[in-house]
Design a protein around this ligand. Sequence first.
Ligand SMILES: [Zn+2]
Length: 456
Amino acid sequence: MSLKLYNTKTRSKDEFKPLSKKKVGMYSCGPTVYSSAHIGNMRSFTMADILKRTLLFLGYDVKHVMNITDVGHLISETDQDKMEEAAKREKKSAQEIAQFYTDEFMNDMKELNLLPADVFPKATEHIEEQIELVKILEEKGLTYKISDGIYFDTSKFPEYGKLSGQKTEDKEEGARVAKNPEKKNISDFALWKFSPKDEQRQMEWESPWGIGFPGWHVECSAMSVKHLGQPFDIHTGAIDLIPVHHENEIAQSKAAYGQPLADWWIHGEFVVLGDDKMAKSDGNVVSLTDIKKQGFNPLSYRYLILNTHYRSPLTFTTEALEAAQNALFNIRNEVRDWNKPDHVDEKWLTQFKEKLEDDLNTPQALALMWEIIKSDHPSSMKAATLLHMDHVLGLQLDKWIAIPLEVPDEITKLAADRNAARDAKNFNLSDTLRQKIEDAGYLIEDTKKGTKITEK
Ligand SMILES: [Zn+2]
C-alpha cells in the first residue's frame, strides 16, 4: 500500500506523491498570538503533527513551516485590531502580548508532544516580503485602493472559490466581516491596511502606499514562498480556514507567481463542546491550561484526538477526556512490567503502517495497539513494536515501557496491612486502608499473581 490522503483540492482520497521523491514541504497555518489557543486549534496542530510523524515514519524528509500571526488581523472592517485590543485590556504592549501567547503556544505544543516546526516565521519579521508580494500583485493590475487600504480584486482571478466550491456571487458576506461599500466584490480582501489617521497604532510600518499593516492572508503567502518555494507539497489547517483564508492565500500566491500554492490541502475537523463544565460562558473557549487545571494530563487530550479520525468532529466532554486518560494510564500500567524491548513484530508494524496510510486512521491504529498489548506474545517483542509505533502516536511510551513503578515503602506497607485486614475479614479497615493508598495516588488491584500496585 501507499499513503492515501483526503485532499480538499480534489475532494477525494488520493495517493500521495510529493514533488520531489523523498522530500516533503509542509506549511501549517499557525496560531494568532493575542489569546490562548483553544483546544480546537490544538486539535488542528495535532493533526498536522500526526501527518508529519507519519511522513517521517514512512521515510520522507519533511520541512515543516508554521507561521506565528503576531500582527493583529482585523476581523471586521470597523473593529479594533485584536492584538491592540488585548494590549489595552492587559495593559501591555502589543509586542509583550504576542511574546506571552507565543511562549504559551510553544509550551502547549510541547505538552501535547507536537514536534516543533523547522521554521516558525513571524508575521512581524516578514513585513518586507509581504510588501513585495503586494507590489507584484499591484504591478499585475490585480489590486485597487480604497479609503482604508489596498485590496485584491477577486473578479480578476477566475479560479477564486475553487477550493471551497463556492462561487463569489453565492458568497454571503459573513457576520464577522462588516459590509464595506467601497469594495468592488464581496470576496475582495485587504492586502495592506492603512493606519487610522487619528490614531497611533502600536504595530504599523511604512509602505509604498502609506503607513499601515499587512492584511492577514498575505503573511501565509509571503512566508510559505520564502521558506518552501512554490508550489510546495502540503498545506494544513482547520476546515474553517477553507472558504476565506485559504481561498485568499491561493488567489494571491497563484496570481503573483503563476504557480499553484500547494498540491495537497489537508483540513482537520472541529472540536464541538459537549454539555460540559469546562465550557466557559465567554464564548465557550477551552484551552489546554483549562484541561490541566481540571487535573488532566495534556497527553490524555492527545489520546482523545488520536481516537477520533481527523475528518470527524470531536465532541469534547469531561467524560470523554476522562475515558481517554484512563485508557492512557491503563497502557502505562500494562507496559511497565514488560521485559526490555528486543525485536519488533514486522507483521504488526505493517498493519500499523496500513492504517496510517489509509488517510491517517489513528482510531484503528490505537485499536491495533490495544490488540498488541492484550496479546500473549513475548512482552519484549510487544515493547519493541509499541516503541516503534509511538514515533507516530507520540504518547511518550518510552517513559513507561519496561520501567517498573517504584512504589514508596509506606505504600507497600499500607498494601500489606490492607491485605492482612482483608484476610482477617476486617473489611472496614481494609477499605479505609485502600482509600488511604488511593489518596496517595496509587491503586491496588488483586490479581491471580497477588496484589498489584499501580499509579492512579
Ligand atoms: Zn494561513
